[in-house]
Design a protein around this ligand. Structure first.
Ligand code: LLP
Length: 438
């Protein structure tokens, strides 16, 4: 068991987050409930900003909204002085409604629609990350129609793919995202973009994967991208001024996970950029990163109420909770592993092994395989840790379960930032055709 951020076990033996007793949160807001430790999110933002201010001031940290985005989160990101990476009309709309400055948004996606591009152009979004030749053409058309010049980065596949603890460096570029270096597509796209009247090619972008603990693939990617900036200069005499190295910094889901230090990551990637710039006699590019998980992941905890406990003699004991793959799709999709704390008896000794099951009609709906916990009873409160990134955004209504509420907790206050869905919300888009009317 490990505690993150402002978590502690209080004098009543309850788990407390942000000065709020989790049993009281469950009483007030019901379960399942996503609890976000606001102070930890803010300190993570600050840590990124400070590390870049120290090692490479000519930089910008853009929070990757896909990890967790709501209007309140947009406010927080703005208050902490970060830019925002958005990937859809829905994310842009969310940020605009929250009053987030459009010029601080970077618009990603491998298949942006014309409508989304128009929405972004009308609202003067800061920058588009173009992902293909098709998109360069579409952007040029739409920018021309709007009478604007759109700032563009090109998404490049650096040929390095990192999967959690491993990375592979290949010449092949079989991915739906970006344009290949090895096959010459990225260079061809740069040349194409440079010819387009309504596009202002500002920079390059890459993203090599997510939940990465090893610094080597990050260093390699930074180097490959600087090599490409030199190649572009040599072949076109155009000097790329901005470099976005994406997100991917890993977090702790379980006690045994050991992410590296954020300052080491920032120090090492910026060192590569500096060294290469000096070697190639290039100006230092403005450097961007787009962290998602490492800003919000460990700040999130999901509270569940334990229901059915089913002992299968000699095999295992299932403890079912009132959520599951509806609020945490990561276990079913990636076999992601989690730890949990019995929040209402947080300091009790763990004595029995359980399989924590969800309640969706799907055998794969298992939240945690084999976790040792104190003896569980119906009505107990289970807190699953590190559920702040890619949980709420990936929540779904399978089996028509309403999606949970989200609360921000801080200094003993709990504020709803997303209301719990009601059954009426689930029906809001259902239509009974007139011919079936009764
Ligand atoms: N920038 C780009 C272009 C990305 O594609 C991503 C994540 C990020 C930034 C943020 O990466 P982060 O710092 O959060 O690792 N649903 C999966 C993760 C998908 C990540 C997609 N791209 C999961 O739950 O593990």
């Amino acid at each position: 068991m490990f505690l993150t951020g402002t978590m502690l076990i209080n004098s009543q033996n309850h788990l407390e987050i942000g000065g709020c007793d989790t049993t009281e949160l469950a009483g007030e807001f019901a379960t399942p409930l996503y609890v976000m430790d606001e102070e930890l999110i803010r300190s993570n933002c600050a840590e990124y900003k400070e590390a870049f201010a120290r090692f490479y001031p000519h930089s910008l940290v853009a929070y990757a909204g896909k990890a967790f985005l709501t209007t309140a989160m947009c406010r927080l990101v703005e208050e902490e002085g970060l830019a925002l990476d958005v990937v859809s009309g829905g994310e842009i709309y969310t940020a605009l409604e929250a009053g987030f400055p459009p010029e601080k948004m970077i618009f990603h996606g491998n298949n942006k629609t014309a409508e989304e591009i128009r929405l972004a152009l009308e609202n003067n979004i800061g920058c588009f990350v173009a992902d293909s030749f098709t998109e360069l053409e579409l952007l040029e058309e739409e920018a021309a129609a709007a009478g604007k010049r759109a700032a563009v980065y090109l998404r490049v596949k650096p040929g390095i793919e990192a999967h959690t603890h491993h990375y592979i460096q290949t010449g092949q570029t079989d991915s739906k995202f970006g344009l290949g270096l090895a096959d010459g597509q990225a260079l061809a796209a740069v040349k194409k973009a440079l010819k387009m009247k309504h596009l202002d090619l500002r920079g390059l972008h890459c993203h090599i994967g997510s939940q990465i603990f090893d610094l080597k693939p990050f260093r390699l990617a930074a180097g490959v991208m600087m090599d490409f900036i030199k190649e572009i200069k040599d072949k076109t005499s155009f000097v790329i001024g901005e470099l976005d190295l994406g997100g991917g910094f890993g977090i702790r889901y379980r006690q045994s996970d050991e992410p590296c230090k954020l300052s080491a990551y920032v120090q090492e990637i910026t060192l590569v950029v500096r060294e290469k710039a000096a070697e190639y006699n290039l100006p230092l590019p403005k450097l961007l990163v787009e962290p998602g998980r490492s800003i919000v992941g460990e700040a999130g905890t999901t509270l569940y109420t334990v229901g059915t406990i089913k002992e299968i003699p000699g095999i295992r004991c299932y403890a079912a909770v009132d959520g599951g793959m509806n609020d945490n799709l990561r276990t079913a999709l990636y076999e992601a592993k989690y730890e949990a704390i019995l929040a209402n008896r947080a300091g009790d000794a763990a004595e029995k092994v359980y399989t924590v099951a969800g309640r969706a009609c799907e055998s794969g709906d298992i939240l945690i395989h084999d976790i040792k916990l104190p003896e569980l009873r119906r009505g107990d409160l289970l807190a699953v840790l590190s559920t702040g990134a890619y949980h709420y955004p990936m929540a779904n209504n399978y089996n028509r379960f309403p999606r949970p509420a989200v609360v921000f907790v801080r200094d003993g206050r709990a504020d709803i930032v997303v209301r719990r869905e009601t059954y009426a919300d689930i029906l809001r888009n259902d239509v009974i055709p007139a011919r079936m009317a009764r």
